[in-house]
Design a protein around this ligand. Structure first.
Ligand code: URA
Length: 426
């Protein structure tokens, strides 16, 4: 019988103490096995949110989360492995063009992704708008696809960091998502357990992100870069702007369509810029810095990998994407320049249209979403279309209209541009 109790562990952190390695290992294991109750883990998560954790505590907490499940062995994959993780944003479809692009340049990209919750979208929900595509692969299928195609985007199996699966669901309903030690350990435990050798983090900053300030984002990025290094995963982070949605499409099918445009050599400039910036970081981290991702986009190699990757998971890359029967167009009331488009408001509008879910088990709509016709910096004339709201049911439109109202700010003078990549940490 262990002499440790959940109440003692909670009290230690509640009173501002440092948890010992034994306390951390014990509480994580007991929680995963159902011997520490959800209400006890909730109290501990809240104590961590309020009191914080030291670097060594975060490292041990992460190691205990990894040890709660299996760690994949990707040594059978004969190319350098490198993954990317985004902390989540609005219109953030970058994983879709980036994964095949980096694979086309010689790396293998093991991309275990999630579903959207709240106003941020999920990569798996987006890909599921492609007819036939399936998100689940066994470990053997995952490794086989990495060897054959070089890229796989799929759901994390139940065996990977099960402690995080339980804890994340609990944090979501107890107001404890926003603790940096908990976010960092949650993300890194899954990425380390997935077996990648290198990792590039896209840490989002701004209204549409978890981290609203550069200082918070920097602290999160530094914490994750250190955790990666401590577990032998070469990790770098880019802090990138998420005050404006990325690209013109926010939703599921609409984001797939925009990603395919990028792979075909077009697409919005910000989506292309961030895809290339992250691709260069990933190729550097994988020891493939001689590869030029711009060439792999131009000569169609990235598109070839995309098509192979979609087919390998049952999808038809040539099938038309579902279209929305209900479209509401919102027009500018005055001439001017688009000064800003609020990412959070547009993310919530897309969610109301059916692109996102309120509870984990809710379905999402493939064609629903927001399609912007203007970007910050664009000139606009009264009566021109600013954006479209698309839905499967007409009764979803009014709530989305209310959320999006005021999201596009028009000014008389052109705005000062913001850099997309704010800082590099690593
Ligand atoms: N994404 C995760 O996987 N975990 C968090 O805690 C936050 C974002």
């Amino acid at each position: 019988m262990s002499a440790l109790t959940a109440v003692d562990v909670i009290r230690t952190k509640r009173d501002g103490g440092v948890l010992s390695d034994d306390q951390i290992d014990w509480v994580m294991d007991a929680y995963t096995r159902g011997q520490v109750a959800d209400e006890q883990m909730s109290a501990l998560a809240m104590a961590i949110l309020l009191r914080g954790m030291t670097g060594p505590e975060i490292a041990r907490w992460t190691a205990a989360m990894i040890a709660s499940g299996e760690r994949l062995d990707l040594s059978a994959v004969d190319r350098p492995t490198v993954d990317k993780h985004s902390t989540g944003g609005v219109g953030d479809k970058i994983t879709l063009p980036l994964t095949p692009l980096v694979a086309a340049c010689g790396a293998a990209v093991p991309q275990l992704s999630g579903r959207g919750l709240g106003h941020t979208g999920g990569t798996l929900d987006k890909l599921e708008s492609i007819p036939g595509w399936r998100a689940t692969l066994t470990n053997d299928e995952f490794i086989g696809q990495l060897r054959d195609v070089g890229a796989a985007i799929c759901a994390a199996g139940a065996g990977l960091a099960p402690a995080d699966r339980k804890l994340y669901a609990l944090r979501d309903v107890t107001g404890t998502v926003e603790a940096i030690p908990l976010i960092a350990s949650s993300i890194m435990s899954k990425k380390i357990a997935e077996g990648t050798s290198a990792l590039v983090l896209d840490v989002k900053v701004g209204s549409g992100a978890f981290m609203k300030s550069v200082e918070q984002a920097r602290e999160l990025a530094r914490t994750m870069v250190e955790l990666g290094g401590a577990h032998g995963v070469r990790t770098v982070a880019l802090l990138t702007d998420m005050s404006t949605p990325l690209g013109l499409a926010i939703g599921n099918g609409v984001e797939v369509a925009e990603s395919v445009e990028v792979l075909a050599g077009g697409g919005p400039t910000d989506v292309l810029e961030l895809t290339l910036a992250l691709a260069r970081e990933m190729l550097d981290a994988a020891g493939l810095s001689d590869a030029d991702p711009q060439v792999a986009l131009r000569d169609g190699r990235a598109m070839d990998v995309w098509r192979a990757m979609i087919r390998a998971q049952g999808g038809d890359p040539d099938a038309p994407l579902p279209t929305a029967p209900e479209i509401e167009t919102v027009r500018a009331e005055a001439d001017g320049h688009v000064e800003a488009i609020d990412a959070y408001a547009m993310g919530v509008a897309a969610w109301r249209l059916g692109a996102g879910r309120a509870r984990k088990e809710d379905p999402v709509s493939a064609p629903a979403g927001v399609v912007l016709h203007k970007r910050p910096g664009d000139r606009v004339r009264a009566g021109e279309t600013l954006y479209e709201l698309r839905a499967e049911q007409a009764d979803r439109i009014p709530a989305a209209m209310a959320e999006a109202a005021g999201a596009v700010r028009i000014s008389e003078t052109p705005p000062v541009g913001r850099p997309l990549v704010i800082e590099r940490i690593g």
